[in-house]
Structure formats: structure tokens, C-alpha cells
Design a protein around this ligand. Structure first.
Ligand code: HEC
Ligand code: HEC
Length: 429
């Protein structure tokens, strides 16, 4: 309709797109470029009024292969609740100045994320190991790569990666940025087995990518830098913020009081998580609770990689951060993924050793090992030798913490079509 009456608009929009995207990147206040306030019609009249530029219809090169809306979905301006807007959480956002999320950029990232073309024998996509309905994790302890080889660690859920304050990625934090991380699996000999030049050649040869790169970056040039940027934009757009926990917190404005929408058991679990069980001291805030509202009530991350006493010794074959830095004090230290959507991302820990959340909580209750680098928060205070803390939780208290963790699941994220496989032919994956 609009396209037919205003063919000129399309040619106008193309050259403008990069400029407008830059505007969105620098000034969130300058409004969405996703067309949500897009071309309107004068009330009662028939003439369309192009208030905001719109994207043209996608060419058949795209629509033959992909289910994508003409106007890209909204990834850049998520309707985040107030607790995501605290100074602390905003300061935790690891989005670099040169790669703000745009709707077109994250759309390209989504297609790349689901495209098995990125693996050597065209069988494995990022999504093969990072499934939407599993919190973008893998239900298997280890994941199978393109040639049947197994990964050495559990696939990490990709949830709220954007709000990891530390900004480093992988269990051992070897990637300094998300942009660096996302091209890791492509080049990993077990996972996807490609070189970056090979990927650039393959992606360039696919007609459906031409328009997607144009929309994302202003022209159709394919480069590994752009592939990394688009994948990172898509990964950062995956935010868990529509859980029952979020709804409850929006009502009270503070995490401490009981939430009206949680059961008594879940509220008890929340109190234990924040208090006696000491989970929040790592997975929410570092340091003891301060007076007043906690600065972070949204991102369930630990600020630094640490040791949570899974093993008693350093001779276990995987020393996490220690293997990267070579420092004895770093052995056995690992990053923890966000605890959001944790109920669907099992199995747990870097080696997937715990099948259930009950096992995880029981570990903290009674099973913490005296690793030489055990975090002080899991030790009996004031002891000179490493003495692991025992919580003495009853079975009911353990279950209440498990129940509370279940309130962190954002079901809307698991079902949201804009994060799903866009390919029309599912056998591609
Ligand atoms: C064969 C399975 C597999 C494939 C394919 C795969 N991953 Fe992963 N992913 C993993 C594993 C395993 C880890 C943890 C590895 C480690 O820490 O050493 C991981 C870690 C990650 C992380 C780190 C999360 C964090 O919080 O630190 C991100 C992000 C990620 N993958 C994104 C991707 C993207 C993007 C792709 C596609 C380009 C991809 N993965 C392909 C298995 C896979
Ligand atoms: C000293 C800091 C610390 C404390 C306290 C702590 N954790 Fe953890 N947690 C970690 C670290 C570090 C990891 C990742 C360890 C690994 O995989 O090697 C982790 C991992 C987890 C995981 C698995 C994450 C995943 O994606 O596999 C869950 C679930 C979890 N913790 C829940 C809890 C609960 C519940 C409590 C309170 C009973 C708690 N934690 C207390 C540091 C801590």
C-alpha cells in the first residue's frame, strides 16, 4: 500500500538508514527506527504521511528462505522494568559505544545465530547448543559439535549477557568482550570448525544476506567484524525481564519485602536467597547488604569469577580462569551465568555435574569442598584453614530456594518469535 504509493521512499530510506541507526545508537531519546511510530495516515484521510522512514518490503531472496517481518522486530528498545534502570544496572551494561543494538543489526544476528552455514559441514548453528526454550543453553551436560566431537564444558545459557558487569565471556572468562566471544565457537575445532575468511566467503555467497547487511550496516559488505557485531547485538538483546519475579518486584519496588504474586514457599526461598543462605552475596551483590534498596535487583550475576567449592583440589583437569592466567590463585575460579531462567537451563555448573537445582542448593547446604581458593563467602568466618561453611538448611528450606529460583523464569522470552529460528526450512539445521 504505502510502498505502491511512495516508491521514492524506499530509495530515500536506504541511504538514510545508517545515519538513523547511528542516531539510535547515540541518542536513545531520538526514538526507535523500527517503524513502531512508522508511517501513519492522516486521520480520516487516505494519504499516508511518512512521519518516520520505513523499510521497504524484503526481496524474494530473503522471503524465499526466511520468515522475517518487513519492518525489523524491536530489539533495541525493550520495555525494561524500573529495576533494570537503576544506576548500577545501567553501569553494568557491557554494550560498547561502537556496537549499540539496532533492530536491523540484531535481526541479522538472529539469522546468523540460526544458520548452520557457519559450521564446516553445514550441520551446526549457534542455536544447536543454545536453544531458546532452554534459556539459550543445552540440556546435555556437554554439546556435540559439527563432526560429532563433544565440548569440554557445558554450553552456557545466553541470558542477560549484556548486564554482566565484568564484561568477559566463557566459564574461564578468556574472551575480553562479547564481540570477541561470538566468533570463538565458529573457529573452535570441535564446535563449528571454520576459519573467519571461510565464513565471510560463505555468507557473502548467500543472496539472503545482502539486504540484511545493507539494513544493519548501510551496505552489503560482509566482514568478520560485522558478523561479530551482529551476533553480539542479537546475544545482548536476549534479556530476561518478564518473569514472575519481575512482576512481583514491580509491585513492591524493593526486593526485600514479600512479593504479593509469589507463594509463601517462594517468598521464604527469596528471604533465604537474600539472607541466611548467602546466595545473593555472590549472585546479586558483592559484599554484605547495605542499608536501603540493593543497588542491583535485576542482573543475577557475580561480579567476578570465583570458586564455589565444587572440588577439593586443583588437579581436576579444568582449572577455569587459572588455566588462562597461569596464576595459582585463579585455579578453580569460574564465571557463573545469570541465574535468570535457571530452572530451564540445567544441567548446572561448568561441567554440568548437577542435573537438578535441588542438587545445586544441597551442594551449598552441605557439600562445599575445601578448595584452596574457595571464596571467603563460602568459608566459616575467622578460620585460618579452609573450612567450608555448612548452612544447615532443612529439606523444606532447600525446596523453597529451588521454588524461588523458578520465579526467575521468563516464559515470554522462551516463546518470543523474534528470538526463534527464522529459517523456513527447518531441515537446514
Ligand atoms: C557445539 C556447541 C556450541 C556451539 C555450536 C556454539 N556454542 Fe556457545 N558455548 C558452548 C559452550 C560449551 C560454551 C562454554 C565454553 C567455555 O566456557 O569454554 C559456550 C559459551 C558461549 C557464550 C558465553 C556466555 C557467557 O556468559 O560467558 C556465548 C555468548 C556463546 N556461547 C554464544 C555462541 C554463539 C554466538 C555461537 C555461534 C556463533 C555459539 N555460541 C555456538 C557451546 C556452543
Ligand atoms: C562464593 C560465591 C557464591 C555463592 C555464595 C553462591 N554461588 Fe552459586 N555459583 C558460584 C559460582 C562461581 C558458580 C559457577 C561455578 C562453576 O560452574 O564452576 C555458581 C553456579 C551456580 C549455579 C549454576 C549456574 C549454571 O548456569 O550452571 C546455580 C544454580 C547457583 N550457583 C545457585 C546458587 C544458590 C542457590 C546459592 C545459595 C544457596 C549460591 N549459588 C551461592 C558462586 C556462588
Amino acid at each position: 500500500m504505502l510502498r505502491a504509493s511512495f516508491p521514492w521512499l524506499r530509495s530515500l530510506v536506504r541511504p538514510l538508514a545508517p545515519m538513523l541507526l547511528g542516531c539510535a545508537a547515540l541518542l536513545p531519546a531520538c526514538g526507535p527506527v523500527d517503524g513502531s511510530t512508522g508511517p501513519g495516515t492522516t486521520p480520516g484521510g487516505s494519504d499516508p504521511v511518512p512521519t518516520m522512514p520505513s523499510y521497504g518490503p524484503l526481496p524474494s531472496a530473503v522471503t524465499d528462505v526466511l520468515n522475517l517481518p518487513n519492518t525489523p522486530d524491536n530489539y533495541a528498545n525493550l520495555d525494561l522494568p524500573a529495576h533494570f534502570r537503576s544506576a548500577y544496572v545501567r553501569a553494568s551494561d557491557n554494550t560498547p559505544a561502537n556496537n549499540a543494538i539496532t533492530d536491523a543489526g540484531a535481526t541479522l544476528g538472529r539469522v546468523l545465530f540460526y544458520d548452520p552455514l557457519l559450521s564446516q559441514n553445514r550441520t551446526i548453528a549457534c542455536a544447536s547448543c543454545h536453544a531458546q526454550d532452554k534459556g539459550f543453553g543445552d540440556p546435555a551436560a556437554f554439546s556435540m559439535g559439527f563432526a560429532g566431537g563433544m565440548t569440554g564444558r557445558n554450553a552456557m545459557p545466553i541470558i542477560d549477557a549484556r548486564y554482566y558487569r565484568n564484561g568477559r565471556f566463557f566459564w574461564d572468562q578468556r574472551a575480553a568482550t562479547l564481540e570477541e566471544q561470538v566468533v570463538g565457537p565458529i573457529q573452535n575445532a570441535v564446535e563449528m570448525g571454520m576459519t573467519l575468511p571461510e565464513v565471510v566467503t560463505r555468507v557473502s555467497a548467500q543472496p539472503y544476506y545482502t539486504t540484511l547487511f545493507e539494513r544493519a550496516f548501510g551496505d552489503s559488505t560482509v566482514s568478520s567484524d560485522r558478523i561479530a557485531k551482529a551476533l553480539a547485538q542479537f546475544a545482548r538483546s536476549i534479556v530476561s525481564y518478564r518473569s514472575r519475579f519481575d512482576a512481583g518486584l514491580a509491585q513492591t519496588g524493593d526486593i526485600l519485602p514479600s512479593f504479593g504474586n509469589l507463594t509463601a514457599q517462594e517468598n521464604q526461598g527469596k528471604a533465604l536467597f537474600l539472607g541466611r543462605a548467602g546466595c545473593a552475596a555472590c549472585h546479586l551483590d558483592s559484599g554484605p547488604p547495605q542499608p536501603g534498596p540493593r543497588p542491583n535487583q535485576a542482573a543475577f550475576f557475580i561480579e567476578i569469577a570465583t570458586n564455589n567449592g565444587l572440588d577439593a583440589t586443583v588437579d581436576v583437569g579444568d582449572d577455569g580462569v587459572g588455566d588462562v592466567t597461569g596464576r595459582a590463585a585463579d585455579k578453580g575460579r569460574f564465571k557463573s551465568p545469570s541465574l535468570r531462567n535457571i530452572a530451564v537451563t540445567g544441567p548446572y555448573m561448568h561441567d554440568g555435574r548437577f542435573a537438578t537445582l535441588t542438587q545445586v542448593v544441597e551442594h551449598y547446604n552441605s557439600g562445599v569442598q575445601a578448595h584452596p581458593n574457595l571464596d571467603g563467602r563460602l568459608r566459616v568466618p575467622g578460620t585460618t584453614t579452609v573450612t567450608p561453611r555448612r548452612l544447615g538448611l532443612t529439606a523444606d528450606e532447600v525446596q523453597s530456594i529451588v521454588a524461588f529460583l523458578g520465579t526467575l523464569t521468563d516464559d515470554a522470552l522462551a516463546k518470543d518469535p523474534k528470538y526463534s529460528d527464522p529459517f523456513k526450512n527447518p531441515t537446514r539445521r
